[in-house]
Write a protein that binds this ligand. Structure first.
Ligand code: HEM
Length: 533
């Protein structure tokens, strides 16, 4: 790869990737598929390169050590300036309520505290109860007997249940989750239009859906906010989690308009729903591709239901997240990690607020084989560490998919291997190595550094509970693929699967590579659920 020329101050600028479009720069290539964009540029320039994106200079890092270095220097490369910009476009919150000086110190940290491994139990226990209440009320369980079979469209069946359960956990029963789901889904599908700053006239459906969800949240806030002078923040949010009640109390203290409070709540709902449900989708889908995967996981779940929970569903519903981390659930933990690796595309964004030097000691993540396939010379590790300067005012992006798909770290990276993360002792603790060196940050599905997913313990628990309950109650088969539409006749009914327009054989649908976070599918799938208990 060409060696970049030293800048006038003697330090190296990262190699430049060339995207000639004025203003947009690399935005189209990056937006279409961040993972491919990272991999292709890594093959050409190495694991750090710079270009323009939306009028700003952007440096990208793609190897595990450079991503770790970027995460580590949170003083020079900060996340707060980014999260004080994007919500304005995405959630329509007025700038004063996104850039309020108290948010970084007294707003965002509430999530880290309430969702930490030590504190998350009441929230995850509430999810278990709400999710089970919803699942047990579906036709598939409420209107069937053991041995009966129903067909469901996966996203129609499970996504609204997860949405309603999580809304109830965080916002309580006064928010109309069922009535808001369809609009939320349209908003989420079109989120990229808000990110790209498309005006309302060019995306009327997206803007109308967003407005309707926000209106529902405004009505919720008006109904649930209960003034009480005995409370630290002059009131509380009736029926909501203490986390949301305290946050909204602070919003009142900072004199945020109700519409802007609703915008913040929308950002929170958006933070938990799509990543969570698409993780569940891909995990099921990859499991169901192979009968031996299903058999192994079923054996693990049946044994755990008997030995860990004494055969009692209530004990499972009451289990704290630590229980699902035990060796008895190692294969499920491995399957979740493998899903995050194969089906996620997390990018962490930072604003460089002071110059800093980042050192490349290892060179590219890309293998010689991958380079040969692209007709490029093999990327060599630098003979000596190379120091690059990231300058104040630039943006920096950590692309994690390049690491997750690195064949030197993960053999046959395109395949789903359910036990990939199992160590020899059977626990989900396998260590990964590249060129003989241990790679500690081999899996970054939750992002990393100061912006690492605050909800990861809650989400891990929710995904596992969902898989356990489904496998405990049903024999499940993936029978066909079908259209991803909100077609009300297809998906949640019992019986013969009337209305299901299956049009392909049951293969893994393509992923929409343009998403950031968990990738979405281009097709829905039809599951056959045969009631067990
Ligand atoms: C399997 C499901 C989930 C996945 C894969 C996921 C992944 C992520 C990723 C990749 C980030 C950005 C990290 C970065 O920029 O470095 C993130 C941020 C975040 N996630 Fe999640 N997430 C999931 C579920 C949830 C849930 C259920 C919640 C809430 C209960 C949640 C709360 C958050 C919050 C608050 C942040 C922002 C952290 C910050 O900026 O300080 N996530 N998540």
């Amino acid at each position: 790869r060409p060696r970049p020329a030293p800048s006038p101050d003697g330090l190296l600028d990262p190699p430049a990737a060339f995207y000639p479009l004025p203003y947009f720069g690399c935005a189209l290539a990056y937006g279409a598929d961040p993972g491919k964009f990272g991999r292709e540029n890594e093959l050409r320039h190495g694991p750090i390169f710079a270009t323009k994106m939306l009028g700003r200079k952007a440096t990208f890092v793609t190897s595990a050590p450079l991503i770790a270095a970027l995460y580590k220097n949170s003083r020079a490369a900060q996340h707060d300036p980014i999260r004080m910009e994007i919500p304005i476009r995405m959630f329509g919150i007025a700038p004063y309520a996104v850039q309020h000086e108290s948010l970084p110190e007294h707003g965002f940290p509430l999530f880290d505290k309430a969702l930490s491994f030590q504190s998350v139990k009441p929230l995850s226990a509430a999810f278990s109860q709400h999710f089970w209440k919803r699942l047990s009320a579906t036709d598939a369980l409420a209107k069937t007997s053991p041995g009966d079979t129903v067909e469901v469209k996966f996203t129609r069946f499970l996504f609204p249940l997860v949405f309603a359960a999580t809304c109830e956990v965080f916002l309580g029963p006064r928010f109309d989750a069922d009535g808001s789901y369809a609009d939320f889904e349209v908003f989420d599908e079109q989120i990229f239009k808000f990110l790209a700053g498309v005006p309302p006239a060019m995306a009327p459906a997206a803007f109308k859906s967003r407005a309707r969800v926000r209106d529902a949240l405004i009505r919720f806030l008006e109904r649930a906010w209960t003034p009480d002078s005995a409370e630290a923040h002059g009131g509380y949010l009736a029926g909501a989690s203490p986390l949301l009640s305290e946050l909204v109390g602070r919003f009142h203290g900072w004199k945020f308009a109700t519409a802007d409070q609703a915008g913040h709540l929308l950002s929170i709902i958006w933070g938990f729903q799509p990543n969570l449900v698409w993780t569940i989708y891909w995990l099921f889908l990859h499991l169901l591709q192979d009968a031996s995967r299903v058999a192994r996981l079923r054996a693990e779940i049946d044994t755990a239901m008997r030995d860990v929970f004494g055969g009692k569903l209530d004990a499972c519903l009451g289990a704290e997240p630590a229980v699902f981390e035990r060796k008895e659930f190692a294969l499920l933990s491995s399957a979740l990690n493998e899903t995050l690796r194969l089906c996620g595309s997390a990018t962490s964004m930072r604003r460089v607020v002071e110059d800093f030097v980042i050192t490349d000691t290892q060179g590219s993540s890309a293998s010689a084989k991958a380079a040969a396939a692209e007709g490029l010379p093999a990327p060599a590790a630098p003979a000596a560490p190379v120091q690059y300067l990231l300058r104040k005012g630039e943006d920096a992006y950590a692309i994690t998919r390049t690491v997750h798909m690195d064949p030197e770290l993960y053999a046959d990276p395109e395949s789903f291997r359910i036990d990939r993360f199992l160590a020899e002792d059977g626990t989900c603790s396998r260590k990964f190595y590249k060129a003989g060196k241990h790679v500690a940050n081999n899996l970054m599905g939750w992002g990393g550094g100061v912006s690492k997913c605050a909800g990861r313990y809650y989400a891990t628990h929710a995904v596992k509970l969902c898989v356990i309950l489904m496998f405990h109650h049903f024999d499940i088969q993936h029978t066909a693929n079908c259209a991803l539409s909100a077609d009300a006749t297809a998906g949640t009914g019992t019986g013969t699967g009337q209305g299901l327009r299956a049009y392909t054989k049951p293969a893994v649908p393509d992923m929409d590579m343009s998403r950031i976070g968990m990738l979405t599918a281009k097709q829905d799938i039809v599951l056959s659920l045969r009631r067990r208990v």
